[in-house]
Design a protein around this ligand. Sequence first.
Ligand code: NAD
Length: 494
Amino acid sequence: MTLSHAEYQAIAAKLTPNGQAFIDGKFCDAADGDKFETTNPATGQVLSRVAHCKSGDVDRAVKAARRVFNDGTWSRAEPEHRKEVLLKVAALVREHTNELAVLESLDTGKTITDCLHEIGTEVPNFFQWYAELADKTFGKIAPTGPSALALVVNEPAGIAGAVLPWNFPLVMAAWKIAPALAVGCSAVIKPAEQTPLTTIRLAELMQEAGVPDGVINILPGYGHTAGKAIGLHNDIDTVSFTGSTEVGRMFLRYAGDSNLKGVGLEMGGKSPFIVLEDAAINDDLIEHAAMSAFWNGGQNCSANMRQLIAAPLVEEFTARVCSRVKAFRLGDPLDPSTEIGSMISKDHKTMVMEYIQSGLDQGAKMIIGGGSDLPGHFIEPTVFQNVTPDMKIAREEIFGPVLGVMPVQSPEEALAIACDTDYGLHATVFTRDIDRAIHMARSLPCGTVSINGFSEGDIKTPFGGYKQSGSLARDNGTEALAQYMQTKTIWISS
Ligand code: NAD
């Protein structure tokens, strides 16, 4: 049941967020006592002083994770036991949805409505789904002659590191922690420095659920300190990173400069939303166009920010998208009627505003948006037309609410523009022609293509990117398990 604005404010007023690290089953400060502040981007209010973990703290966490991995308490526990504990985590997250959602909203500036969905539904579903897989993930027996029996066995990879972004903090934590723990790994997790609070609180719930000391470790810190230390650690076996392509590249270097750990990368995008000439411009299509761009204030890796519209439809499409966009309500993220919250920080707002200026400087026409008078770091959803494929706003990931509409003369031109990018995370195509839909879906080099509706899929389907949006690793689905497992062949001669 959704509460009122005043009730969410009352929950917020009672929160005293914990900013400590969680290492080996205990909350603690960084070894050198260093701290940084995390603030509410919508108001500037300091929410907590947070432990600034560095390489010594990462080392402590890895030693604890290795100890418990080697003693087998979790790694060699009956899969049914891991399932039971992870199901309890799911139940505890559900039970604490309002508290966690308010904390997430305060730490990120995201709307309470989105936080409630992510934390009340998605996060527990992730834990539940991977819990259920814990006792259903089978190895194989290879075909051999009668003189041998060859078993192909999955084993937990060991210590899994994860370095997370700020745009969906607890969802991203669940994407990594749930599959890693389901297969028996121990985990060392670094939340983004902007948004550590819900992941720290999750550690407490995981302990309550019965996750043994050392299996889950949360190390808040900056990228160049805790993040780099995870990337370079010689006793972390695999690391899963979600964030920018620039930092993803660093994780490949860290692996090369250390123990050649496995690296799973989920990175940025500049995803197209293609409307072919036969599509019907109706309310449903317009809603998908607006939400694909402006959900989470455009701070979404698969945001569809290049909208390639068949030329005969572009005028009607643009007018209707703009009237939908005009109706978006910006405001206090804790108000359930708010649809778009704050940008994550002042610096991020400045960067997005520079992109808006570059669009204007390069000759695109801004037809709606462009800033906001609200205090905090808000930016109105912004729509440009007369965008050409060579413009900066058409090529670079902005990670804010800036949509470029481009007319296209044919499906082939739409495809050519859509593919002319270093990214390959997501694409949406609207058409009523099934042959065209299949052709476009097969031709777009993207991890997810959604037809006649913007969707990233769900827990059951793999998520990740082609080209510089990702490595071959995938989050979600049964595919995510591969990031956290080794494959062993046991060849038995008889
Ligand atoms: P970011 O790359 O700046 O930071 C991500 C994480 O990396 C943070 O925890 C940060 O502290 C850490 N980090 C930063 N510098 C580091 C360094 N030198 N060494 C080690 N770690 C370092 O990205 P962000 O701003 O937090 O998130 C936005 C980006 O994430 C966007 O590019 C977006 O597209 C991408 N993203 C991708 C997905 C996906 O699944 N593909 C999902 C969400 C976000």
